[in-house]
Structure formats: structure tokens, C-alpha cells
Design a binder for this molecule. Structure first.
Ligand code: 7XF
Length: 400
């Protein structure tokens, strides 16, 4: 049996599975069963009471999901994992599990649009205070945190503007105040950053992105202590949201994980080149990519990330109008939301993924109208660069 001392790619391919346990099947089979038969009535009662291990209903647990959960935990350096129907299912299940009226969530300024609206329009309707603090400044957290704070929540890199948060520093402050640190690790993946090993309590993922990796599913994952994951399973998933993952999607994510390392390495290599190309282009006014020397948090990126990821945000001279014109001229790079797919994808956060913010909120939360977001795919780098070259205004156009 492969254990947690094996390398990352080996764990991603083998961890938690022995073919001989499944008739020698090399590929873990998919257990498409909503319910599981009890040997005796007493055994069923014991499973419901939690005194006997085993699966009894797929909204609670399933063998295919269980393998994915253990494998994700092995990649994140966590005790346990948990599958959810979507990234939003994972995030909301964690929140509903640990929060009660009167509690406070402190979160960074920049969040994915639906996470932002869940906090603003969802949790706040149920007596939970949501406070946005600039978590790139640890002192701001020290000043804001109180005994009411139950969760400190952030993305790093953040969607869409690539802000980084120092996981070790923020987790230490949160822990001292008795709050859990929850990190959305969707952009980085466990290959590049492992928040739990840096002191965070819980990691959430949109597995729709790099973990699945092929743009063919919606899924979410959570990792953390065994005790916390049991809580989220029986409260957040089973009762509060019902956001259980389909075993079919768990099967596809297990397949995606086998190539996570080679895919993310390629995403990183190409994104670094694309970021350098954009930075040198006369029509581009700003490039936000953690791997660039010009990135304000480049030092933190070097400390906290094994590589700099496949996501880039940039702005053109001429702002939103120029950005939209450029997007419409692209041919290979698809105009689509989501990220982490084999296909390169471009989108406009202000009108798409972050349209849930009001214009005033976007301004206050660091999401400019001119920002264009690029998910660098796995196509040949030369073809990606050629598509950008054809779409970007040339030197003469840019000068006028
Ligand atoms: O519920 P989902 O699987 O779509 O995941 C929600 C989610 C959670 N965290 C982060 C950092 C995310 O980026 C997402 C989904 N983001 C997509 C995007 O930004 O393109 C959603 C398309 S509207």
C-alpha cells in the first residue's frame, strides 16, 4: 500500500487503493449506488448511530467518493477529506457547519463572486456578521479579530486579481483568537500550496477546475482534521445543504488527479511565458502574475508557492473597451468562465464571474473594470502566444 511518504504524483495515482480489493481492477470502479444493504437490521441501526463503520446512503458516504476524499487528504497533508457537489457546496457546507447567529466571519477583500454574494446575501440574513479586511496586512486582522470571530476565510491567489495572503501568518493570528482558518486553494492546487501544513485548519476547492482538469464536471472538495470533516459531513453536507458529490464525478476527479502534477507543471511553465510576453507588450498596462519580479507580493509567492500557477490577470491601455475588443478577436483562446482546463480560457470578471459585486463594491474590493482574466491552457505555447499577438492592438494602434 502506498503511504503518505510517497511522492506527490505517486500519491495522486495510487494512494488509498489496492486493485486486489476490487477484483484486480486497475482503475478504481465507480460505485453507482444510492443506498447500501444492511446485513442485519441491528447493523443498520449501528451505522446510523455512528458506532459501526460502513456506507449506508450516498448523501453521507460512498466508496468511490471515499477514495477521492482520502486521496485529496493525502495530497493536502490533511487527516481527512470530504467531497461536495460543487465548490460552492463545499464552501457553504463548511460555513453552515461552524457558524451560528452572533458569530463573525472575517474575510479578505477579494473573493470569487458567488462566495462574495453568499457571504453578503446568505450568511448575513441569518445573523452572522461578515467583515472584509485587507488580509495582505496581518496587522489589519489583529485589529479586527474578536472573540466573535469563528472563521477567517480567504483565497490565495485570489480570484480574479491574484492577491496573495500569507497563510502561516494569518493562521497563527486566527488560532490565537480561537477562530478557524479556511483557505480556498482552487487556484494553487495542493501541488503548489498546502495550506494545512502551513497552519490552516480547513482547505476548500472547486474541483471543477485543476483537480478535475478537463472541464467536464462540477465538484467540490474539503480537507482538514478528521473531527472537522465528520462535522461538515453530518451537518453541512448531510443536513444543511445536501450538496453530496455524485460518484460519477468522484470517478472523473480521481482520473483527473492522476495527471494533476504534469498538467499543473505545464500550466505554470506556459503561464510564466505568457505573463512575460504580456508585460513586454506596449498595449498592456498591467500584468498580475505571482511569478513576475514586478508582482508586489513576489517574495511571498516564492516562499508560499512551489510554482506560480496557470492564472493571469491583466489590463490594457484603454481599459474595459480595449479588453473586450481584444477578447472578441481571440480565436484559439475561448471566451468562457471557469479555469484550469486543457483549453485556454479568457473572461471579463467585472461583467461575468464578479458581476455579483456592485460597481462600488468592485472598486472597494480591488476588481477593476478593465481587468481581463486568462486561464493558460495546455495547448502549444507558440499557438497561445500567436493568438494573443493577433488579438492585442499592435504598437501603432496602442499609441493612438
Ligand atoms: O461551485 P464551483 O465548483 O463553480 O466553484 C466555486 C468556486 C470557488 N472558489 C473559487 C476560487 C472559484 O473560482 C470558484 C468558481 N469559479 C468559476 C470562475 O471563476 O470562473 C466559476 C464560473 S462563474
Amino acid at each position: 500500500m502506498i503511504d503518505t511518504t510517497a511522492g506527490f504524483a505517486t500519491r495522486a495515482i495510487h494512494f488509498g487503493y489496492e486493485p486486489q480489493d476490487e477484483h484486480g481492477a486497475l482503475t478504481p470502479p465507480m460505485h453507482l449506488s444510492s443506498t447500501f444493504a444492511f446485513e442485519t437490521a441491528e447493523a443498520g441501526g449501528e451505522m446510523f448511530a455512528g458506532t459501526r463503520p460502513g456506507h449506508f446512503y450516498t448523501r453521507v458516504s460512498n466508496p468511490t467518493n471515499d477514495l477521492l476524499e482520502r486521496r485529496l487528504a493525502a495530497l493536502e497533508g490533511a487527516e481527512a477529506g470530504l467531497a461536495a457537489a460543487s465548490g460552492m457546496g463545499a464552501i457553504t457546507a463548511v460555513m453552515w457547519t461552524f457558524l451560528s447567529p452572533g458569530d463573525e466571519v472575517i474575510t479578505d477583500k477579494t473573493l470569487y463572486g458567488c462566495t462574495f454574494s453568499f457571504l453578503r446575501d446568505g450568511l448575513s440574513r441569518f445573523g452572522i456578521t461578515v467583515t472584509h479586511v485587507d488580509l495582505t496586512d496581518p496587522q489589519a486582522l489583529i485589529d479586527a479579530i474578536s472573540p466573535k470571530t469563528r472563521i477567517v476565510y480567504f483565497e490565495t491567489p485570489a480570484n480574479p486579481n491574484m492577491r496573495l495572503v500569507d497563510i502561516a501568518e494569518i493562521s497563527t493570528i486566527a488560532r490565537a483568537a480561537g477562530a478557524r482558518t479556511v483557505v480556498d486553494n482552487t487556484y494553487a492546487t495542493p501541488l503548489l500550496t498546502r495550506p494545512i501544513t502551513l497552519g490552516a485548519d480547513i482547505v476548500v476547492h472547486s474541483a471543477t477546475k485543476y483537480l478535475g482538469g478537463h472541464g467536464d464536471l462540477i465538484g467540490g472538495l474539503v480537507a482538514g482534521s478528521a473531527e472537522d470533516m465528520t462535522q461538515v459531513r453530518v451537518v453541512g453536507i448531510k443536513d444543511m445543504t445536501g450538496a453530496a458529490m455524485s460518484p460519477f464525478n468522484a470517478f472523473l476527479i480521481l482520473r483527473g488527479l492522476k495527471t494533476l502534477q504534469i498538467r499543473v507543471e505545464r500550466h505554470c511553465r506556459s503561464a510564466m511565458e505568457v505573463a512575460r510576453y504580456l508585460e513586454a507588450h506596449p498595449a498592456v498596462s498591467a500584468v498580475h502574475y505571482p511569478g513576475l519580479d514586478s508582482f508586489p507580493q513576489h517574495e511571498l509567492a516564492r516562499r508560499q508557492m512551489a510554482d506560480f500557477g496557470g492564472m493571469i490577470a491583466f489590463e490594457l491601455d484603454g481599459g474595459m473597451t480595449a479588453g473586450v475588443t481584444m477578447m472578441n478577436r481571440l480565436n484559439l483562446i475561448r471566451r468562457a468562465v471557469s479555469l484550469g482546463d486543457a483549453e485556454s480560457l479568457v473572461e471579463h470578471p467585472a461583467s461575468m464571474t464578479h458581476a455579483t459585486y456592485t460597481p462600488e463594491e468592485r472598486l472597494a474590493h480591488g476588481i477593476s473594470d478593465g481587468l481581463v482574466r486568462l486561464s493558460v491552457g495546455l495547448e502549444d505555447l507558440a499557438d497561445i502566444l500567436a493568438d494573443l499577438t493577433a488579438a492585442l492592438p499592435d504598437r501603432l494602434e496602442a499609441a493612438t
